[in-house]
Write a protein that binds this ligand. Structure first.
Ligand SMILES: Cc1cc2nc3c(=O)[nH]c(=O)nc-3n(C[C@H](O)[C@H](O)[C@H](O)COP(=O)(O)O)c2cc1C
Length: 211
C-alpha cells in the first residue's frame, strides 16, 4: 500500500444554503443522525484538540455525550493531559469525520466544566466496569506496566465491594461552548462544499468557504 496514491473522489452529496438549518447545533444533530443511520461506527467519536498555555497543540478522540444549543458535552479525567491543558487554556476544538458520508464537521469554542450534579448523573449511568476503570486510572500518568493498572483496578473493586460507586473527584464533564462551526461535504474534483457558521452577537452568520 502506498499512501501517495490512495485517492477518493467524493460524489455522495452536496451542501446547499437553502436546506442547511439555521441552527448549527440542529444541523450537527441532523448529520449525527444520518451518520448513525448509515452505520458509521461510533459517529459520536470526535477529535478534541487542546493547547498548552504556550500554544503547543495536542489531539485525541473523546465521545460526544450530549449536544444542545448550550454546547457539546464530553467526559474525562480532569487531571489528564487534556484536563491540564484546558485548565491552562480553555480554548478547544472538536472534529468529526464520517467517511461513509464524505463529511467533516469542525467546532471551535471555549470549554467549561459541567456542574458536578451533571457529571454525577452521567457517571451513575455508566457500566460498573467503566466506573471502576475511572477510579483505577490516573489518566495520562506514566505507569510501571499493565500489571500495575490491573492491580489498581482490583484494589478499587475490593474497596467498593457491592456498594454504589461515587463520582471520582477528579473526573467529570466539559461543555464546549461553540463560537464557530464548519460543515464540509466532499465533492468531485476537490470542489468541496464548506459552510461556516460564526457567532456574532447572539446570532450566527453563515459563509461559504473556498475548498
Ligand atoms: C473511540 C474512542 C473514544 C474515546 N472516548 C474517550 C472519552 O470519552 N473520554 C476520555 O477521556 N478518553 C476517551 N478516549 C481515550 C482518549 O483518546 C485518550 O487516550 C485519553 O483521554 C487520554 O488523553 P490525554 O492524555 O491527552 O488526556 C477515547 C478513545 C477512542 C479511540
Amino acid at each position: 500500500m502506498s499512501v501517495t496514491s490512495l485517492r477518493t473522489d467524493y460524489a455522495q452529496g452536496e451542501l446547499d444554503e437553502t436546506t442547511l438549518l439555521a441552527s448549527p447545533t440542529a444541523q450537527l444533530s441532523r448529520w449525527l443522525e444520518e451518520a448513525h443511520a448509515r452505520g458509521v461506527a461510533e459517529p459520536n467519536a470526535m477529535t478534541l484538540s487542546t493547547a498548552s498555555r504556550d500554544g503547543a497543540p495536542s489531539s485525541r478522540i473523546v465521545l460526544l455525550r450530549d449536544v444542545s444549543e448550550a454546547g457539546l458535552q464530553f467526559f474525562t479525567n480532569y487531571e489528564s493531559r487534556k484536563g491540564e491543558e484546558m485548565r491552562a487554556n480553555p480554548r478547544a476544538s472538536l472534529l468529526f469525520f464520517w467517511p461513509q458520508l464524505e463529511r467533516q464537521v469542525r467546532v471551535e469554542g471555549t470549554v467549561e466544566k459541567l456542574p458536578e450534579a451533571v457529571s454525577a448523573a452521567y457517571f451513575a449511568s455508566r457500566p460498573r466496569g467503566s466506573q471502576l476503570g475511572a477510579w483505577a486510572s490516573k489518566q495520562s500518568a506514566v505507569i510501571e506496566g499493565r500489571d500495575a493498572l490491573e492491580a489498581s483496578f482490583r484494589d478499587i473493586e475490593a474497596r467498593f465491594g457491592d456498594a454504589p460507586i461515587p463520582l471520582p473527584p477528579f473526573w467529570g464533564g466539559y461543555l464546549l461552548v461553540p463560537r464557530r462551526f464548519e460543515f464540509w461535504q466532499g465533492r468531485q474534483s476537490r470542489l468541496h462544499d464548506r459552510i461556516a457558521y460564526d457567532l456574532s452577537g447572539a446570532e450566527y452568520t453563515r459563509s461559504r468557504l473556498s475548498p
